[in-house]
Design a protein around this ligand. Structure first.
Ligand code: PEP
Ligand code: MG
Length: 565
């Protein structure tokens, strides 16, 4: 959930000026920060005075907490030091301070205190806004969104990162879907997001106070005192749930009958990796490398990629890490430094491995960087959007060549590396028996497998009711894929959003999966769910699930499974 002021606009990029200050600019920058701090305090005082009506008391509590933080020397001294000693500009110094404080709050054991990091984000965002008000018109326009809830028609993944970094509290979109890459990234950034709120742009006004609930998909405009107390109750419940789940951090993931299930994490950022490790993930099941390529004009070179992958591997301390090669194309190619042709059907176009194979240099650079990282811990390489065995044969050849060249050049790399394919195109699932022997493992990408099997665009909110992971055709493909991998003795993991949705856990286990990879934020909830499930009882329903001719009948079998506990 998030509570904030609505800002209706198209998002664009927030910029922090990273250029170091010259010595004679330092004091002016300090003065600029002082003015912004004063302005922020004054703004809050005025805001507090204007409060009236039923929710005045609740809102005043938030404001008071924030005013206290602004007066906190811990916060301000650090920022001044960064400007004076580190020669950072005020906006960059604030960002560094914010990241440090947020990390500190995140590391706290007490879930309530941990959740207070939002207040830090809020307060710093307000000061950032004050700084920018002094600057250019463009910056002012951007700052007007800070600390607020963005209401827009769409937002791309590359726009989301700077929005989150600059304190936007949540996002309401009039279009979009829950399995879009933007939604997946928002989850990773802990940014509440509502999609397909069709009326949002016409029914919300700038500056309206809005309360959003990402779990229910609800937007409340002008929340009443009752809504605000619901928000507070949610904060309390979240803290309690956090406490309950925290007990499972070091617990094993076993079903009630004692079968171990491996829970891996999907990661996009270093924060995800730290969280995965802290919550006892079995490894990183999917590292989406495309986020290294977004938000920039030039492509990351081999060394830059190597360092990112090496840190990822080191961050997992010896647990296996699956790095996926670039999956750009479709809705993710913007702002990536790659110039791609406009395509009429990008989801069916030059995407994933198709793109990599058309740019062999790009692929070789990435493979070399991944192989170099393999010297630091167990690494598996995963290839997206595979639709034919020939693609994997080419990748295998390139990988072997890269490994040979690296060894000749004196680089240390692992002796063995596993190469696997995402099974997310129906053709790959159907033709899997013919190619499984050439693969070391497979990973099922249900986000795309559902889209392509049902011919339903995963980003099209008009078709949200048709985007159904429980469609009989999807279940049959899943079951076939899992069975093929098991027969061939190849590991199979499922890494689509389904894996982190507790409503689907029983079904996935019934279909024979023992490895799931999900957003790290879901690890404990899924672990809790699994500990309540009895595998033999679930498996007894597998046949009935696969025989059910319609979605409705599948629903009935699932109800029965649930009723039996
Ligand atoms: C998938 O398609 O299920 C998947 C995990 O990949 P992405 O969401 O990045 O397309
Ligand atoms: Mg995919």
């Amino acid at each position: 959930m998030a509570l904030g002021r609505a800002r209706l606009e198209q998002p664009s990029r927030f910029l922090v000026d990273e250029r170091p200050l010259a010595e004679d600019e330092v004091e002016a920058e300090v003065a600029r920060l002082q003015r912004a701090l004063l302005a922020a305090r004054e703004e809050m005082r005025v805001l507090r005075e204007k409060l009236h009506g039923t929710m005045a008391r609740e809102v005043a509590e938030f404001i008071d907490a924030h005013s206290l933080m602004l007066a906190d020397r811990e916060l301000t001294t650090g920022v001044y030091d960064l400007i004076r000693k580190g020669r950072y500009r005020a906006s960059a110094a604030l960002k560094i301070q914010r990241d440090t404080l947020v990390a500190m709050f995140e590391a706290m054991d007490d879930p309530y205190l941990r959740s207070r990091k939002e207040d830090v984000e809020h307060v710093i965002a307000r000061v950032q806004a004050g700084l920018v008000r002094e600057s250019s018109r463009e910056e002012r326009r951007l700052a007007s969104r800070v600390g607020q809830v963005l209401v827009s028609d769409t937002v791309s993944p590359s726009e989301l990162i700077p929005l989150a970094e600059h304190g936007v509290l949540g996002v309401v979109l009039s279009s979009g879907s829950q399995v879009s890459h933007s939604a997946i990234l928002a989850r990773s950034l802990h940014l509440p997001m509502i999609v397909a709120a069709h009326e949002a742009l016409s029914s919300i006004q700038d500056d309206d106070l809005i309360l959003i609930d990402g779990e229910l998909g609800e937007v409340v405009v002008h929340p009443t005192a009752v809504d605000l107390s619901r928000y507070r109750a949610w904060q309390r419940e979240t803290a309690q749930k956090g406490k309950r789940l925290a007990l499972l951090r070091d617990a094993e993931t076993l079903t009630r009958d004692g079968t171990p299930i491996a829970l891996h994490a999907n990661a996009e950022s270093t924060g995800d990796v730290a969280q995965a490790r802290a919550l006892g993930a079995a490894g990183i099941g999917l590292y989406r490398t495309e986020f290294l390529f977004l938000q920039r004009r030039e492509l990351p070179d081999e060394d830059e990629q190597f360092l990112a992958y090496r840190d990822l591997v080191l961050g997992m301390g010896g647990l296996p890490v699956t790095i996926r090669t670039l999956d750009l194309g479709a809705d993710k190619a913007d702002a990536s430094g790659l110039v791609l042709d406009d395509e009429e059907n990008p989801a069916l176009g030059v995407r994933g491995v198709r793109l990599s194979l058309r740019h062999p240099q790009l692929m070789a650079t990435q493979l070399r960087a991944i192989l170099r990282a393999s010297a630091y811990g167990p690494v598996r390489i995963l290839v997206p959007m595979v639709s034919a065995a020939a693609e994997m044969a080419t990748v295998r050849r390139m990988l072997n060549e890269c490994a040979r060249d690296l060894r000749t050049a004196g680089h240390e790399i692992a002796d063995n590396f596993e190469l696997g394919a995402m099974i997310e195109v129906p053709a790959a699932a159907i033709a899997l028996p013919g190619m499984i022997r050439a693969l070391d493992f497979i990973s099922i990408g249900t986000n795309d497998l559902v889209q392509y099997t049902l011919a339903v665009d995963r980003n099209n909110d008009q078709l949200a009711n048709l985007y159904d992971p429980l469609h009989p055709a999807v279940l049959k493909l899943l079951a076939q894929t899992i069975a093929t991998a098991r027969r061939a003795g190849r590991p199979v993991v499922l890494c689509g959003e389904m894996a982190g949705d507790r409503r689907h856990t029983a079904l996935l286990l019934a279909l024979g999966l023992t490895d799931l990879s999900m957003h790290p934020g879901m690890l404990l909830e899924i672990r809790e769910t699994i500990r309540g499930l009895d595998l033999p009882a679930l498996r007894a329903h597998a046949k009935a699930l696969l025989r059910a001719p319609t979605r409705e009948r599948i629903g009935k079998v699932l109800d029965k499974m649930r009723a039996e506990g």
